[in-house]
Design a binder for this molecule. Structure first.
Ligand code: NAD
Length: 493
């Protein structure tokens, strides 16, 4: 099997540990490549390279913001040229549909173009200060070395959401991809040199959370942690970051509600709920894993939903006709089946699926049948905890206020969907829902231009949109005396 290498200071190198681990193809359940199992010494090397690349007077710091932006746009173009190849690596590594990964890869360049364009529009302010004889202005400056730590479900997109604004702002980066999906990160790493980035501006260190992630988070030369992953890991990283008074952006999990009112266009709502939970085999942070259905239309809605969901084509994720691929990792597969067992024990009615998929087209892969529970109580674990799989909980409600109360009743607040033809509801519901993103009569829409992030336990900070670049800047206030008056040294000016 091919032994991959780390990207440190512009060169592909073996890990100091001299250790590798097998990465598995979820469709075959078999290993297909060897990923470096890096350790603390590799983190030290990578952070040193990133720190040196950030040092005042370095090739990176000498670039004008316009030149930095041009590099980012060049990188975007290179990603476009390599989109299909990178998407195939992602599908082989994490089992998500090639159609979805290729779609992401052809869209990812937009982030580099957008933030490349923003790089030279980061401006300070001249403040009409209240003191005579003084000029006061602000500078927006990069933070330094940013540690990017990402999850496995959309490996390059999640990294792009961090790298594009971090680099546009002038920072340098050490990126630790998920141990389950590092192959595409390392292939992506080759493009930085081709685009002309100076060595050390972007470094990639692969391996496990405790062996690589933790030394990275606690490294004294890391200024900020940009993290995507589960809420428990996010909480731990937040604690570690607090000890070093480091900045964080945390993009965490969700338990998003997809709310269907009785005035909705039923067929569109059915499609929206199916796409919310079964697209990407439910392995997205924004999965609409709770469908809140107004009681008057509940039975008809469930019937239509089952008709659509049970015909989803499962199989090889590389085939363009496949609609539901395998689960990305063996632990995740076991976790989903555990939650299905828990839901049954809690008394929810399993009306579709509810087991591992053994269809012939699923081969030896880690497949779970699309699963739907009805009669779910909002307090059940299946309705409050993130499953991260193709498991939908249907919860009936009567009045608008019930829908709002149930939707807001989890600790998460990442996203929500609302299906209605009422203009009043379309405007009022987004105001009342505790979520960072609310979709009305659509679901899973996203863009490089629109801020994304969580309320409550779903996270801190925003990615994408103009807001994102502020997460990678700090403001300096500069005071210049222009009066030349002697100052009384014993009083504040
Ligand atoms: P995870 O928390 O297990 O791992 C995420 C990353 O953190 C991995 O790279 C892992 O190696 C690293 N890590 C683990 N322990 C660490 C430690 N002690 N110190 C530093 N790093 C450590 O999450 P996952 O299973 O890879 O991803 C699934 C989760 O990600 C879900 O909860 C999902 O909702 C969330 N997610 C959120 C978003 C978002 O934008 N909000 C997007 C995608 C996924």
């Amino acid at each position: 099997m091919n032994k991959q290498q780390l990207l440190i200071n512009g060169a592909f190198v073996d890990p100091c540990t001299n250790a590798w681990y097998e990465s598995f193809n979820p469709f075959t359940g078999k290993p297909w490549t060897l990923i470096p199992r890096a350790g603390k010494d590799d983190v030290d090397r990578a952070v040193a390279a990133a720190k040196s690349a950030f040092t005042y007077g370095s090739d990176w710091r000498k670039l004008t913001a316009t030149a930095r932006g041009a590099l980012l746009r060049k990188l975007g173009d290179l990603i476009s040229q390599n989109a299909a190849r990178l998407a195939e690596i992602e599908t082989t590594d994490n089992g998500k549909l090639f159609a979805e990964m290729r779609g992401q890869l052809t869209y990812i360049p937009q982030w580099f173009h957008y933030f490349g364009g923003l790089a030279d529009k980061i401006e300070g302010r001249a403040i009409p200060i209240d003191k005579p004889g003084v000029l006061n202005y602000t500078r927006e400056e990069p933070l330094g070395v940013v540690a990017a730590i990402t999850a496995w479900n959309s490996p390059l997109m999640l990294a792009t959401w961090k790298l594009a604004p971090a680099l546009a702002a002038g920072n340098t980066v050490v990126w630790k991809p998920s141990e389950y999906s590092s192959a595409s990160a390392l292939a992506f790493g080759e493009l930085f040199e081709q685009a002309g980035f100076p060595p050390g501006v972007v470094n990639i260190v692969t391996g496990f959370g405790n062996e690589v992630g933790e030394p990275l988070v606690t490294h004294p030369d890391v200024a900020k942690i940009a993290f995507t992953g589960g809420d428990k890991t996010g909480e731990h990283i937040y604690e570690l970051a607090a000890k070093g008074i480091k900045r964080v952006t945390l993009e965490l999990g969700g338990k998003s509600a997809n709310i269907v009112f009785d005035d909705a266009d039923m067929d569109e709502a059915v499609k929206g709920v199916v796409s919310g939970i079964f697209a990407a085999t439910g392995q997205t942070c924004i999965a609409g894993s709770r469908a809140l259905i107004q009681r008057k239309i509940h039975d008809e809605f469930v019937e239509k939903l089952l008709a659509l969901a049970k015909n989803a084509r499962m199989g090889d994720p590389l085939e363009l006709t496949t609609q539901l691929g395998p689960v990305a990792t063996r632990p995740q597969y076991d976790k989903i089946l555990d939650y299905i067992r828990i839901a049954k024990q809690e008394g929810a009615a399993c009306v579709l699926g509810g087991a591992a998929a053994t269809r012939p087209e699923c081969g030896s892969g880690w497949f779970v049948e699309p699963t739907v529970f009805t009669g779910v109580d909002p307090k059940m674990r299946i309705a409050t905890e993130e499953v991260f799989g193709p498991v939908l909980s249907i919860i009936p409600f009567d009045e608008e206020e019930d829908a709002i109360r149930i939707a807001n009743s989890t600790v998460f607040g990442l996203a929500a969907g609302v299906w209605t033809t009422s203009i009043r509801r379309a405007i009022m519901m987004p105001e009342r829902l505790e979520a960072g993103t609310v979709w009305v009569n659509t679901y899973r829409a996203h863009s490089y231009m629109s801020p994304f992030g969580g309320y409550k336990r779903s996270g801190i900070g925003r990615e994408s949109g103009i807001e994102a670049i502020r997460e990678y800047l700090q403001t300096k206030s500069v005071w210049i005396d222009i009066a030349g008056n002697a100052q009384n040294p014993f009083v504040m000016r």
